[in-house]
Design a protein around this ligand. Structure first.
Ligand code: NAD
Length: 299
């Protein structure tokens, strides 16, 4: 049996959808950003908060936990630092303690590319030092370390996944969602956070789920998951405007970063997971266009 924390959210629900094809699945989610209708048919749903629920009872018959519940908003630092701490560190400790108490065999933890910080070599391999510059990133690093310590001390088989920007329908945050909203409010202008030159890697959700399942079955502990290339914020603005048949005047808030704690350039090396046989179907530009199109179709 498999438990997915955050299984009503964007990545967790798509993952649960795939897992339920061959496994019994329990979704644990407090619906703070996730939605009940995202949970796939066939999965059991337990509406609980991972910070204080008695998860060991829920994990009683569980062999594998995919821990994806978190405060996923990366651009609200420094205001949300308490929330990052509570959801990502306190929540992860409660999940880990429950894994020990319920004799869970395997844990797959959703970490992030942001752990590498802003001075990382590009493309960034998994062996690179971690150097967080936001509270979200710091709590992801702390949670990774806690997972590694519990894994060593209590013999839990651990996989840590450092995701680039994962995009697709159901993702109600991030730059594509943001641009669509801004353009719906005012179709002739578009304000871009930063100077538009930030370049990051974007991966479509179906590729991300395939990668997650591949990494879970692979022997190493830490895997980057991304598209291997990158796209600028200016290009994303162009794609979204094009998909909406608009030609807005662009304005910039200025500076290299979009917000405090933003990492302006991110491109992960994905060679390690490619060597296990996974490879993304789409690049960053294709993933951005497909996401914009799907989000617009669903409105
Ligand atoms: P999401 O907000 O769609 O999903 C998170 C889910 O966790 C939601 O369903 C939410 O209701 C639930 N949740 C939050 N706090 C909870 C709590 N205390 N108890 C129970 N449930 C709780 O976000 P997502 O984009 O699907 O992200 C999933 C994971 O992947 C997160 O850990 C996130 O940090 C990580 N991640 C996401 C991306 C990305 O680009 N989407 C990139 C890197 C890492």
């Amino acid at each position: 049996m498999i438990a997915v924390t955050g299984g009503a959210g964007f990545i967790g629900s798509r993952l649960a959808e795939r897992l339920v094809e061959e496994n019994e699945v329990i979704v644990v989610d407090n619906l703070s950003s996730g939605k009940k209708e995202n949970i796939p048919e066939g999965a059991e749903f337990v509406e609980k908060d991972i910070k204080n629920a008695e998860l060991d009872v829920i994990f009683d018959k569980v062999d594998t936990v995919f821990h994806f519940a978190a405060n996923p908003k990366v651009n609200t630092f420094p205001d949300d630092r308490g929330k990052d701490f509570e959801e990502n560190l306190v929540g992860t400790k409660n999940v880990l303690d429950a894994c020990v108490d319920a004799d869970v065999e395997e844990l797959v933890f959703a970490s992030s590319s942001v752990v590498y910080g802003e001075n990382a070599e590009i493309p960034t391999p998994e062996t690179h030092e971690i150097d967080p510059i936001s509270m979200y990133a710091a709590t992801k690093c702390g949670a990774e370390h806690m997972c590694q310590v519990y894994s060593q001390i209590f013999g839990i088989d651990l996989t840590v996944l450092r995701y680039a920007n994962i995009i697709g329908p159901r993702n109600q945050k991030g730059v594509i969602w943001d641009f669509i909203h801004k353009l719906e409010e005012s179709s002739e202008e578009l304000e871009i956070l930063g100077n538009g030159k930030q370049r990051k890697s974007y991966l479509y959700i179906s590729d991300a789920v395939d990668a997650t399942l591949e990494a879970w079955k692979s022997p190493e502990t830490v895997y980057n998951i991304g598209s291997g290339d990158a796209v600028s914020v200016d290009k994303i603005a162009e794609i979204v405007s094009d998909e909406m048949s608009l030609n807005p005047e662009l304005s910039y808030t200025g500076g290299e970063k979009g917000w405090k704690g933003d990492v302006p350039e991110m491109r992960l090396s994905i060679e390690k997971l490619k060597n296990e046989g996974w490879s993304p179907e789409g690049n960053s530009v294709e993933s951005v266009r497909k996401t914009a199109r799907r989000l617009l179709e669903n409105r």
